[in-house]
Ligand binder design. Structure first.
Ligand SMILES: [Zn+2]
Length: 308
């Protein structure tokens, strides 16, 4: 699934490809992609005659800005955009086509069919789903350590599922969450509200550094996209934990272990990322506070609780 860096690369590429182009005709062959309006004829009628002004991003959502309208597009698992000549054969799994007045065509292809499109009058996209409940934008100036700490306060959810659900900070998916938690030395099952200020700061820095490096690496894949192949793979550059089960941790050499956290495959260094207090491993550490002296059965129950 594309995460912030991949979506950012799509955004930058689309900005080079479609700005200034005027839509002549819209063809929808899979109405399920359309969330608002869900009527393909209305969707097409609203867009025809409009011109793309810019392509922006909020979290993993693209905001394709036209004169008077904003198209909010989520690629989900495998959604892809590509620019073609309108007379090129239409590939399988092409669901929405935006034919331009210059004879070119923007095509949306989605093998898994999970992608979504919402069309809003300019400005109204912020007042409704899917953009109105999103957390902090991690590469914006407003994403300060203090803002991150405030957003984490009193959250009892485990840190990994919390980072995945986009309410605290947007843009992270399974890969970059594992990478950021590894870089910060934080176990993915640690309840968010139990992170110490130092750990919160480390995690903040790791999120920014991980995503920034990936965005930078993303530039190299623009060429194949421009060719109309639309093959936007995930950037498998220098991953330190994700997908490296059994391989040595780059920091300490311990083999990376794989488990399941919140239903997602999760990669952890057992040495660099100690489990939260109360687990078996924590007994080896010196007792830090009353929390570690709880009765073992109570601790066990807490660890089993899914919400923690
Ligand atoms: Zn390690």
């Amino acid at each position: 699934m594309p995460e912030l860096p991949e979506v950012e690369t799509v955004r930058r590429t689309l900005n080079q490809l479609i700005n200034g182009k005027t839509i002549e005709r819209v063809t929808v062959s899979l109405p399920r992609i359309l969330q608002k309006p869900d009527d393909p004829q209305l969707f097409a009628a609203m867009l025809e005659g409009r011109t793309f002004q810019s392509v922006e991003r909020r979290g993993k959502f693209l905001r394709l800005v036209l004169d008077g309208l904003v198209l909010v597009s989520h690629l989900r698992m495998e959604g892809r955009y590509g620019l073609y000549r309108a007379d090129e054969p239409v590939e399988l799994h092409t669901h929405v086509r935006f034919r331009f007045t210059d004879g070119q065509e923007l095509r949306y292809k989605d093998v898994r069919q999970f992608g979504t499109m919402h069309l809003f009058a300019s400005g109204e996209e912020w007042t409704a789903a899917p953009l109105n409940k999103l957390g902090l934008e991690p590469l914006d100036e407003g994403f300060t350590p203090d803002a991150f700490k405030r957003a984490l306060a009193r959250r009892t959810t485990k840190i990994k599922p919390l980072l995945l659900n986009q309410e605290v900070v947007v843009g992270l998916g399974n890969i970059y969450v594992d990478e950021a938690l590894h870089a910060a030395g934080i176990h993915p099952e640690t309840p968010a509200g139990e992170l110490k200020p130092k750990e919160q700061e480390k995690l903040h820095g790791a999120i920014v550094a991980t995503l920034s490096a990936a965005v930078e690496a993303g530039g190299s894949s623009i060429k194949s996209f421009v060719n109309g192949q639309g093959e936007m793979g995930l950037f498998q550059f220098g991953l330190r934990a994700y997908g490296r089960t059994g391989e040595p941790c780059p920091a300490c050499g311990s083999p990376i272990e794989k488990s399941v956290v919140g239903g997602r495959g999760t990669h952890v260094c057992p040495t660099c990322q100690k489990p939260p207090r109360g687990s078996g491993r924590a007994k080896a550490r010196p007792m830090a506070d009353a929390g570690t002296r709880r009765a073992s059965h109570a601790v066990k129950r807490r660890l089993d609780g899914d919400s923690r």
